[in-house]
Design a protein around this ligand. Structure first.
Ligand code: UD1
Length: 431
């Protein structure tokens, strides 16, 4: 298994291009199942999760053609054409779904298009149980018969789905996306209340509209969908990755560096940029919030700030681990509360091994900043935890070796290359 070795203490300077959002790309790819037409997606990141989903879509009968780079300063944003002329199989097997939970997003589209689907239950996951009950209850409200047997979700709607009002008891990105896709081909009107407002949900909704869906309320917590008979193909550009943007912004801050991040969408960055600014980090957007670039710089130690993770537009749970690494080196104490996922503080014991001073009670971490972290061998348990250890390593004195790099490859394209180009002493050790 590959490892990443970092010799810390070098301020990062330069420009980093930001890619398309993984969490937008995955649902957009599953939307190809809704139509016989060709869905062409551009600005797709090159990531292990994208490859895993492509593999699954091919098993469902989707034909895939891939074109080259689409610019963005040498960043190879892929263009992918997906055509689900005929659905060859409505089964998503355990060996794929267990690798990547987002595979469950094929359920809504398959059910809407074919009237049936058999999708493995995702099972446990390092950041908590992450059930799919909201997806299933929502689809049942649209008339699906759902049966859980042999570790699989068996869903059937032989007479098609019918519109209904679904109120989610808690905000779920995935459940909103599954229901939104299913509702586009259901009879009549579906209203999704307490829907997730994450930008990736809105990106999916906008693509569905371009495919012929009728959706109102995009960007709000109430989505109204009038079902149509069929959708068509379209060309769609995946929005920039706000988590990749935030991660490299923290890389600049934690190393006392000065980075320009390009190809971003500043309108999606509110809570993260505000937290960084509050910590004393310079965050400059030359083109204003609407601009596509940001300069992030820090002179010395940042100040501790308090954070609570919330659904969008609140502070994203996917940035919590990275901010904790930054707070571990800040002046003063910060309180970080994780409210979205239980058990998403698995990076804490690893940060402690690097000399951080953190106490955890339930979902709350009290982080007392230390003047310097110390390099150590560390091991990561999930995608964002892994990258927080890379960030800590960039700031630490001495060598840090992060193992289980496959987590990083799920969500960060050419991470070590992008960091090395800005002066980081970082290398991948294969084997
Ligand atoms: C998505 C993102 C993930 C991000 C998360 C929250 C993708 C591919 N992944 O994950 O990176 O961290 O949103 O912003 O887009 N829940 C239930 N029942 C359900 C579904 C969810 O109880 O049926 C709970 C979850 O356990 C969690 C909370 O709801 O506590 C939010 O989860 P959800 O928004 O669904 O996350 P994902 O869509 O899995």
């Amino acid at each position: 298994m590959d490892r990443i070795r970092i010799r810390g203490g070098r301020p990062l300077k330069g420009t980093i291009p930001i890619g398309g959002a993984k969490n937008a790309a995955l649902p957009l790819m599953t939307a190809s199942l809704l139509t016989e037409g060709t869905l062409t997606l551009s600005n797709l990141p090159h990531l292990a999760d994208i490859a895993t989903l492509l593999h699954l879509l091919q098993r469902h009968g989707v034909t895939v053609s891939m074109n080259g780079a689409d610019g963005n300063e040498g960043h190879a944003g892929r263009v992918l054409s997906l055509t689900a002329g005929e659905i060859a199989s409505t089964e998503a097997p355990y060996d794929v779904v267990r690798k990547m939970r987002a595979s469950v997003l094929v359920l809504g589209p398959l059910l809407a298009r074919c009237g049936r689907a058999r999708v493995s239950l995702p099972g446990g996951c390092a950041i908590g149980p992450r059930p799919v009950d909201l997806h299933l209850k929502g689809l049942a409200a649209l008339g699906a018969e759902i049966d859980l047997r042999d570790g699989y979700i068996h869903a059937a709607a032989p007479r098609g789905l019918a519109g209904a009002t679904v109120r989610f008891p808690t905000v779920s990105v995935g459940a909103t996306e599954n229901l939104l896709m299913a509702a586009t081909l259901a009879r009549g009107e579906t209203v999704l209340e307490n829907a997730a407002r994450e930008p990736e949900v809105s990106d999916l909704a906008r693509c569905l509209v371009a495919m012929g869906a009728e959706i109102e309320g995009i960007g709000t917590d109430r989505l109204r969908v009038r079902g149509v008979r069929a959708l068509r193909g379209t060309d769609y550009r995946v929005l920039p990755d706000r988590i990749e943007t935030g991660t490299y912004a923290v890389a600049a801050a934690i190393t006392g560096g000065d980075l320009v991040l390009t190809g971003i969408d500043g309108t999606l960055m509110g809570a993260v940029f505000e937290a960084l600014a509050e910590a004393g980090v310079t965050v400059e957007q030359p083109g204003g919030e609407e601009g596509e670039a940001v300069r992030v710089a820090a002179g010395g130690r940042v100040r501790g700030v308090d954070l609570v993770t919330r659904p969008f537009p609140g502070f994203p749970t996917d940035m919590q681990a990275q901010m904790m690494a930054l707070m571990a080196t800040a002046e003063g104490t910060s309180t970080i509360v994780e409210t979205i996922f239980e058990n998403r503080l698995m990076h804490v014991p690893e940060l402690l091994r690097m000399g951080a001073d953190i106490t955890v009670r339930g979902g709350t971490a009290i982080v007392r900043g230390v003047p310097a972290l110390k390099g150590a061998p560390v091991m990561a348990t999930d995608l964002r935890a892994s990258v927080s250890l890379v960030l800590a390593g960039l700031a630490a004195e001495g060598d840090t070796e992060v193992s289980r790099v496959y987590h990083l490859d799920r969500g960060y394209e050419r991470l070590e290359e992008k960091l090395a180009a800005c002066g980081a002493d970082i290398e991948r050790i294969e084997g």
